[in-house]
Write a protein that binds this ligand. Structure first.
Ligand code: NAP
Length: 232
């Protein structure tokens, strides 16, 4: 069976993706920092009968990233790497004049540097896979200038550029940066606690990711809402 590494898979979008892949027979290597929540998610996902390795840890830890890839190797390799774990840099978000530089560094470390670290670690296995693919989870904030989203948006814009160049450098792989659109998750609530307006559940955008895997379009940046409607 194909093997996927999904970071930040204890809840939100990562968990919804893990659920969809487990249902389709994928073996999974998952992480998140909060061990109890991750283990609970892994136990539920195991009910689908596929192998689920849940490794608690922080994606910014190089040893943890190596352990994720080693666990995937034991399951047979890496067919798909999803870099989904993310940091906002400030919770709630604040204007740039107030953004702690430490917060910006943290957003860059989690969202950008760790993504490249994990890709570097997994590349030999991705290249050896019959249809290796990397998904980096982006955001509208990477492309639009929304007040208070500057630090987070800058880290996602940098992630988009890493993904774009990786796609050029690795023509044998597919590298997709995916903007999932707004979703009702803890991350959004932490970013803008006063905005409790309705927004889609993370599971609603999963078909867009599945479509990428099924159709394997060219490497590039895709919006999940557009993917769901049939466009790019
Ligand atoms: N929600 C939205 O509206 C929205 C919009 C556009 C893009 N996105 C993107 O969608 C992705 C998923 O976000 P979400 O909204 O689903 O967030 P979420 O529900 O808060 O889930 C985030 C997941 O990542 C884990 N995580 C966070 N930091 C981590 C770290 N340093 N190392 C390992 N795991 C870590 C969390 O668990 P622990 O906290 O236990 O580590 C959790 O499993 C992110 O890339 C986000 O930027 C979200």
């Amino acid at each position: 069976m194909p093997v996927a590494i999904i970071t930040g898979a204890s809840k939100g979008l990562g968990r919804a993706l893990a659920e969809a892949f487990a249902e389709r027979g994928w073996d999974l290597v998952l992480d998140a920092r909060t061990e109890a929540v991750l283990k609970e998610a892994a136990a539920a996902l195991s009910a689908h009968g596929t192998r689920v390795e849940a490794l608690p840890g922080d994606v910014t830890d190089a040893g943890h990233r190596a352990a994720l890839v080693a666990a995937a190797w034991k399951l047979g390799g890496v067919d798909l790497l999803v870099h989904n774990a993310s940091a906002l840099g400030a919770e709630p978000l604040v204007r740039l004049e107030e953004l702690p530089l430490e917060g910006l560094r943290r957003a860059l470390e989690v969202n950008t540097v760790a993504a490249l670290g994990l890709v570097q670690e997994a590349l030999p296995l991705l290249r050896a896979a019959p249809a290796g693919a990397v998904v980096t989870v982006s955001s509208d904030a990477a492309a639009e200038a929304y007040g208070t989203w500057g630090g987070y948006g800058a880290s996602k814009a940098a992630l988009d550029q890493l993904a774009a160049v990786l796609g050029v450098e690795e023509p044998g792989l597919r590298v997709w940066a995916v903007d999932p659109g707004d979703m009702a998750t803890d991350l959004y609530a932490a970013a803008v606690p006063e905005d409790d307006g309705p927004r889609p559940e993370p599971g609603s955008v999963v078909p867009g990711f599945l479509r990428l895997l099924a159709e394997r379009p060219a490497s590039g940046r895709y919006g999940a809402p557009a993917l769901l409607e049939g466009g790019r």
